[in-house]
Design a protein around this ligand. Structure first.
Ligand SMILES: [Zn+2]
Length: 108
């Protein structure tokens, strides 16, 4: 239960900041397009589902912004739960994530 990670400075594990930024940029563009598409489809049916979907996308957009900030201060790719580097293949699928798989499950 106790996070017994020693209080060391976060290691600057830079998975090529440029590449990360490009990935995040792409993720943001995709989400914004989805949001726009939902706006345009909207109003006809299933308002409830629609607003739910929009909320989910907005939440991810906020995560993406936060990830940009972490790229900026060099903490990107470090799990907030255990301070270990998040596996690169996970970052490829979920560039905005801030937890490794184990911590994600614990935090969910
Ligand atoms: Zn972790």
């Amino acid at each position: 239960m106790s996070p017994d990670a020693p209080r060391t400075a976060p290691r600057p594990a830079h998975p090529a900041a440029d590449e990360v930024r490009r990935r995040l940029e792409h993720a943001r563009t995709t989400r914004l397009a989805q949001l726009k598409a939902l706006d345009e489809t909207g109003s006809s049916s299933g308002d409830h589902l629609l607003s739910h979907q929009k909320d989910a996308i907005k939440r991810i957009l906020a995560e993406i912004d936060a990830a940009f900030a972490r790229v900026h201060d060099g903490t990107y790719g470090i799990c907030l739960g255990c301070s270990k580097p998040v596996p690169p293949e996970r970052l490829e699928i979920l560039p905005h994530t801030r937890h490794c798989v184990a911590c994600q499950h614990r935090a969910a």
